[in-house]
Ligand binder design. Structure first.
Ligand SMILES: [Mg+2]
Length: 373
């Protein structure tokens, strides 16, 4: 079997207008990769693209494709190392390169699973889970009463765990706004729901420590990205200075940043994005680190299109120490790009597709509809 053909799509679509820790967002973007073998198997993958998705198209076509073209997809881990080594000596070992690698790597694993006639999570050496626990994400910034109502609706709809947005209300009202929001939501959902809070790096370490001491009374499952991802000293200080578990990882590439965070015991919940970390190969390697450090694994999905959401579901079914998968409930038109709906959770559990590979069929007409020319 040889890797033979590449197709790419740069996608954009207007969706729900969101106010979150890092600012405002309403145009959803993604870069989608399809790789076809000489015997006609097509595998799919997604590269995360919050801005400038055309950059990824160039990275995949001009830089990474020449590495994998004509090669055997069974060598997927070695191909990952070759792609990574290409620019590592030149300093490009993070950013768009790893995001581009993520799409190709997902597509290669999809091919391998289809060739074996088994679901992708089983090809990853699955952990034997046919369904995974999820948390509903995310209750975005609005006035506290509206946020509490939405959180209650999601819990009434079957979620046992949810994630809420902080940080933005701090920008509006000072950090007391975040405390008021958390209080209102805890009172609305009752004591038996896991609540995680995402700050999207809106605090500095001193603010995070002060706020977390006040938030601890509302029994949060985690505080996510309290400070910028590169402030590793900040993460370590926050972890040592307040009682709420710390989560991060959606902004991290490869396994090297995670290694530092884990070595310093700076995070408790690891949240890689399969469309950024370097695909399944990197996410699986991270699983070994998570296992060794005895922390929790919770794949991130966020604003990505349906492919990364689906790939994250397979990843969640195959990693050690799984806490929960992030299941988005926002209005994102790029989520539904298959001929059938993306799987939805029931009573807090999300069942894996049973067809070979990713398990859903990409609808090329939908891709064309959102394609940026
Ligand atoms: Mg986040």
């Amino acid at each position: 079997m040889k890797i033979d053909r590449l197709e790419t799509w740069v996608l954009e679509a207007e969706g729900q207008a969101i106010e979150f820790g890092a600012g405002n967002y309403s145009t959803f973007k993604a870069m989608v990769v399809a790789v076809t073998t000489d015997d006609g198997i097509t595998g799919w993958g997604e590269c995360i693209a919050r801005r400038a998705p055309k950059v990824l198209d160039t990275v995949v076509r001009e830089l990474l494709w020449p590495v994998v073209k004509g090669r055997d997809p069974h060598d997927v881990e070695g191909l990952w190392d070759e792609m990574f080594t290409l620019l590592r000596p030149w300093g490009h070992y993070r950013g768009f390169v790893q995001e581009g690698m993520s799409g190709i790597d997902q597509a290669l694993w999809d091919i391998l699973a289809q060739a074996q006639g088994i679901p992708l999570y089983k090809a990853l050496g699955g952990a034997g889970r046919a369904s995974v626990p999820v948390y509903g994400s995310k209750v975005y910034t609005a006035d506290p009463a509206a946020m509490a109502t939405q959180a209650k609706d999601k819990v009434d709809g079957g979620h046992a765990a949810i994630k809420i947005q902080l940080g933005r209300s701090a920008a509006r009202d000072g950090y007391r706004g975040d405390i008021a929001v958390t209080k209102a939501i805890r009172e609305a959902v009752g004591p038996n729901v896991d609540i995680g809070a995402d700050v999207n790096s809106a605090y500095d370490a001193a603010t995070a420590i002060k706020v977390c001491h006040e938030l601890a009374q509302y029994d949060l499952a985690f505080i996510e990205e309290p400070v910028y991802p590169d402030d590793i000293d900040g993460y370590e200080l926050i972890r040592r200075s307040q009682p709420i578990p710390v989560a991060a990882g959606e902004s991290e590439f490869g396994i090297f940043g995670f290694r530092e965070l884990l070595k310093r015991r700076a995070i408790d919940i690891v949240q890689p994005d399969v469309a950024r970390i370097g695909g399944f190969t990197a996410a699986k390697r991270l699983g070994a680190l998570v296992h060794a450090h005895n922390v929790k694994y919770a794949p991130h999905t966020g604003f990505s299109c349906g492919l990364a959401q689906l790939a994250s579901l397979h990843l969640a079914a195959a990693v050690p120490n799984l806490w929960r998968l992030e299941e988005m409930f926002i209005m994102n038109p790029l989520a539904e790009i298959f001929t059938e709906p993306l799987p939805k959770s029931k009573d807090g559990m999300l069942a894996l597709p049973t067809n070979p590979g990713m398990g859903l069929t990409v609808d090329r007409k939908k891709l064309e509809k959102y394609r940026v020319s």
